[in-house]
Design a protein around this ligand. Structure first.
Ligand code: MN
Length: 321
């Protein structure tokens, strides 16, 4: 798909009601990319509003959180709707109904499984993050990191989150160049790395312990499960799971890692990570999406049943691939 062939910021010059949404259970890239785009449009004199299911506590330091629209969606009929960092429409969650009512829709995304569900699609599966794509879009206009350090910080934080601090293989030469331009503008890199990747709460440490307590391994796949009781018992929510599956993947025995967490009475979400073996097709076959080395899916069943199903498929894939 071609990128940045038209200047969207010019295209929406006359739009009034602009809404920008990220995916459900928003991560650092979703929050960073959505807020950066919103702040930039605000500087252009627009009144954009941000639709996010939540803004997790650890991302509250991002700039632009005051643009979060946390009211009823029923009466919103946007002129323009941006879906950012969403691999498919379902990932918009409740904001999907607002998407359906919008006059004009845009999708800004970097998931390989994205088929382009909006009127205009800016999809680049080679970009490290939605935040990196937002950078390119703003740069094509007249974004100057030094003048707009708040926007630069959100973009940098989003990139740091999705690349795991420039470690994951989605990190390209361009990712580093973009980071360099943001650093040149004055972003506080060391504080962003700490806040986005390394700072944890005491309940999160207990949850990490619970996850490690349930750890299992078979034929290159390390996996673990957490029920709602276990998560809540540690004083945590599903926002506190970052870092667990990556830790499992980093074990020497792991080719792939899976974290399965209960989401409702009879559904569980599997977060899948891989060092090399491409997992996107398996995850898509179960109704999920993502990237070849990082993907996720919510399935019906207990955490143990969902773990068994997905681990069996991965083991089969590794052995026959
Ligand atoms: Mn992302």
């Amino acid at each position: 798909m071609k990128m940045y062939e038209n200047n969207i910021l010019k295209d929406i010059e006359n739009a009034e009601d602009i809404y920008i949404a990220g995916h459900v259970n928003p991560d650092g890239d979703a929050v960073g990319s959505v807020l950066a785009l919103a702040l930039y449009l605000k500087k252009l004199g627009k009144s954009p509003r941000v639709l996010l299911e939540s803004i997790p506590e650890r991302f509250k330091f991002f700039s632009g959180t005051e643009l979060w629209y946390n009211k009823d969606y029923d009466n919103i009929t946007p002129d323009v709707f941006f879906a950012v960092d969403c691999g498919d429409k379902q990932r918009l969650g409740k904001a999907g109904e607002v998407f359906d009512r919008a006059e004009l829709t845009y999708c800004i995304d970097h998931h390989r499984t994205n088929t382009g569900f909006a009127d205009v699609n800016f999809i680049n599966a080679d970009a490290s993050s939605a935040s990196e794509i937002v950078f390119e879009l703003l740069k094509a206009n007249d974004f100057d990191p030094e003048k707009d350090i708040d926007i630069a910080t959100d973009i940098y934080a989003g990139i740091v989150f999705d690349t795991g601090g420039f470690r994951h293989n989605c990190t390209s030469r361009r990712t580093h160049e973009v980071a360099g331009l943001l650093v040149e503008g004055g972003v506080d890199t060391s504080s962003i790395h700490s806040r986005v990747l390394f700072e944890h709460t005491y309940p999160q440490a207990k949850l990490f312990g619970a996850a490690l307590n349930n750890i299992k391994h078979t034929q290159g796949v390390t996996y673990t499960t957490l029920t709602t009781n276990e998560i809540e018992g540690c004083g945590c929510t599903s926002e506190d799971l970052d870092g667990i599956v990556d830790f499992l993947l980093n074990l020497d025995v792991s080719e792939c890692a899976v974290l399965v967490t209960q989401r409702s009475e009879n559904t569980a979400k599997a977060s899948v990570r891989s060092k090399r073996f491409p997992i996107a097709d398996i995850v898509v076959s179960l109704g999920g999406g993502g990237h070849n080395l990082a993907a996720g899916v919510t399935c019906e069943g207990s955490v143990d049943a969902v773990a068994k199903k997905i681990v069996d498929l991965i083991v089969k894939g590794i052995n026959h691939g």
